[in-house]
Ligand binder design. Sequence first.
Ligand code: NAD
Length: 471
Amino acid sequence: MNNRRDFLKNMTFAIGTGGLLAGCSGSNTLNLRGGGGNMSGYCAPKIPAVRIGFVGLGMRGPGAVERMMYIEGVQITAICDKIKSRTESVEKMVTGRGFPKPAVYTDSEDAWKQMCQRDDLDLIYIATPWHLHTPMAVYAMENGKHAATEVPAATTLEECWQLVETSERTRKHCVILENCCYDFFEIMTLNMAQQGVFGDLIHGEGAYIHNLVDLKFSKDGYMDMWRLKQNASRNGNLYPTHGLGPICQCMGINRGDRMDYLTCMASNDFTMNAEAERRAAQDSFYQPYVGKPYRGNMNTTLVRTARGRTILIQHDVSSPRPYSRIHLLSGTKGFAQKWPQTHISFGHTEVSDEEMKQLGEKYSPPIVTKIGEMAKKVGGHGGMDFLMDWSLINSLRNGLAVDMDCYDAALWSCITPLSIKSIARRSNSVDVPDFTRGNWKTNKPVTLELAAAIGVRDVQKADPSGQLNVK
Ligand SMILES: NC(=O)c1ccc[n+]([C@@H]2O[C@H](COP(=O)([O-])OP(=O)(O)OC[C@H]3O[C@@H](n4cnc5c(N)ncnc54)[C@H](O)[C@@H]3O)[C@@H](O)[C@H]2O)c1
């Protein structure tokens, strides 16, 4: 299968261009299906004002609209959700803060297509249920827009290839919105890894361990219970990218190394069906969710890379245990781990609190030192969501490469179908496709330096509580 297609008020600042200017690549290798060449390191033409169309305004989408209002050079041009009350709520929020009224697309399953066809949009920002990410991203790119999609970007191998081929052919970015790559410890360890502080990385671990049982079963949560239905029908790592994305960036996966093969093992389900039975006994609404083939509570995937390194990825959203993305890096010189508690060591002993502070000062990358405080104020998972959105807009406005491209979107997402396949074959190993088609050998590492930096806005909050009330 794998070779099948061989911040801070009105702040504006600029960082000197003498930093790490990775330069723009992307035209060195032509391929037959994509037709446009390598998108890793590709720099699209500069966009002075980024006009965004948002689709999906449920629990996640409105926060993205809000964050984007704080970034200079962004226009909230259009919004879409099939539920009218959701577009109305976001429209009110946008106009309430003094921004022009966005065009609204609603009341139908396909209204987003009309939005993508507009000729005054540069970027489609997607926060819909998983099965719509690839169709929407592909359609956006086909209609001449850059696409940014929530995670995972794709649900099948076929969709992963569609993202790669469409991005290459249309020369439009296909960005996976993996916010965890921008969390403060993760991005510091990325900088440390790139500067060789941990030596050669041998092993990494990432996870999404988050007890979401109540939210999944909530009638007021995910639209049409879509996330519960996913967990009741597919046995694999359904949400691999939060833990995996940052580890792949640190280990230079797709940029110097690639995943070779993986094996996956899952426990049985010990809690989800029991929860469905418990609820169904009190409320017939839950009867259809009884007796379903729920995915196992704990899913563990092991990846071996072409350079002989290993990655462990775990997924558990249904056991009563503390939140963790692990974020563990083990190298020839040093070690870092974020959960259950932040830990860096060079040998047997953990660095002291004072040394940890010094490491933070030395290795926090420019994006953190410049807009980290602003990001914490705007919020979104403690600030990482804002850093992600800011970095995306900075790339588009300044014609820079994006941090997370179509190959990352495809690779990080393909863990879902491949883990399902491995489980179905008693954990036999499964080859991981090389979505870069060999370009991983020469692709440059993701860059943390900013060749040019855009500013942030001071947005008046119409609602004094500063809270969005969108459901
Ligand atoms: N990165 C993160 O930290 C993070 C956090 C939460 C959710 N997410 C991701 O964001 C996405 C959305 O999650 P959510 O929690 O907001 O789910 P949700 O169910 O609350 O929202 C989905 C929205 O999409 C809309 N929608 C569905 N079909 C549509 C269509 N055909 N046209 C227009 N709108 C349509 C729904 O009406 C709903 O408002 C998911 O992919 C999820 O995995 C990411």
